[in-house]
Design a protein around this ligand. Sequence first.
Ligand code: SF4
Length: 576
Amino acid sequence: MAFGYHGCYLRIDVSSGSAQRIPLSDDVLRQFIGGSGLGVRLLLDENAAVVDPLAPEAPLVFAFSPLVGSPLTTSAKFAVVSKSPLTERINDSLASSGFAITGKRCGCDAIMIVGRAPAMSVLIIDEAGVRLEPATEYRGTTCRATETGLRSRLGASYRIASIGPAGEHLVRYATISHDGRHAGRGGSGAVLGSKNIKAIAVRGTQLTEWANPSELTALSKSLSKRSFGPATAKYRELGTATNLLTFNRFGALPTRNFQSGTFDEAASLSPEELGSTRSKTRESCMTCTIGCEHIYSLGQNGGVRVEYESLFALGSLCGVSDADAVLRASQRCDELGLDTISAGGTIAFAMECVERGWLNEPWLKFGSGDALLRAIDLIGSREGLGNLLAEGSRRAAHAIGHDSIAIAPQVKGLEIPGYEPRALQTMALGFAVGARGADHNRSGAYEVDFSDKVDRRHVTLDAVRHAIETEDKAALMDSMILCKFLRGIFEDFHAEAADMLRIVTGWDVTADELRKTARRIVGAKRQFNLLAGWTPAEDTLPARFLNTPLPNDPAASLSRERLDGLVTEYHRQRGW
Ligand code: SF4
């Protein structure tokens, strides 16, 4: 067996409480590595594509990687992979915390959960084996309260991943939380909730060995040193929100449900402004030497981790400039276990439906922080209008009618992140073809738009190969699993990634092999989607983006014919 792996995954049926260790061959591990790649492969083996994602038999996979547990910076990560209840397509959410290291120490390369526990339970995996314990006292509690309660019940040596009330209520974009971080997109929290599992607690002692320990130490030191350099400085200084004002200047900051790419009050949400009026601290994911996380104080209400995506989705997208309301909304999403992008996108969509007279909820107005907070609480509990919005913007649009689907900000059902597609058209292609829907983490095509390789407001077929390159690279990073914020420090990512894998596993991996591996993983996601019922009509954007130029920037215009041409060329170059 290769170094860095345990050579098996743990398959747990929570209906019966039984668990099996199932061997993983070196061939499978080398072909899919870990994280997203391994997770997709395991789902294909289980025939998960044709199963209702909230049915007991639907598998939910926590996949680690050979790098987890090593001193390599940003490597303490895991992927949560399942069929998405929001999109009914493949979903892989990446997350970072001690849960990755401790989960792998349970002696497996992945944990697969199937079945449905008879009552709300916590799944415990430790040296004594696998067992379920009652968790009914945690019903309705926030993610943080659940984790705190379980730590005092089980002991501080356990690492815990949990769902909040949103996961219990099967909100289709509920998250799985761990140490205040989230496996955020696509509704993996609802999948765990459908299994009656409130939390998973892991503790283990089984370490993997490294093929070349001294080389690993040297490489880790070198990577850590480089991670302090200029390529990551902006994340350290201002966090992911660093680009908010730049996006606004480029007309790429989605505003009022994508009715505009500029927000007049953007300055009030900028990290520069937030930092001048509030105290903040900086944190890192475990093993990370970059530390992009900026936690802002909310006074008596504690603190909140601020990300660009949350500021855009709960701020400009909903027209809310009251920074306190936006930060509180972000914190409330964390407590309830809600994906901020999908929550903000669905609420902003509903606000526009109210504005157009398609939805009779007069309180739900653009710009109202109170309405935003009220809507989030209703979604988390599925009360009143929240029951509709808990379904996400695509399903809500089908219920509202009036051709509102044209303005629902989603692709394949996943709400669009904070990149206006008409102003960033390589990204528009990346969104349209994304296997899990509109996604800035599975396609880094916005990087191409901000380079001199394309005219971002009028991309041509030349952009396609660049979009493919970013998607392949993301698939590789998500399978190894490394933080995307490291990408700027590599001179030749594939060569260095191959070296990393060689040092950890002992395989004679080459850069060319990894390029093929990346394509194999993208292809596996595609295969999953085909089995799940994918049709070519899904690889597109909502009509809003194809019929109307950006109001303040008429040059930012994308016709349906041009997007279709880009998508067709993408499929051709993929060989699909
Ligand atoms: S750069 Fe940020 S997101 Fe990435 S591992 Fe470090 S703290 Fe986590």
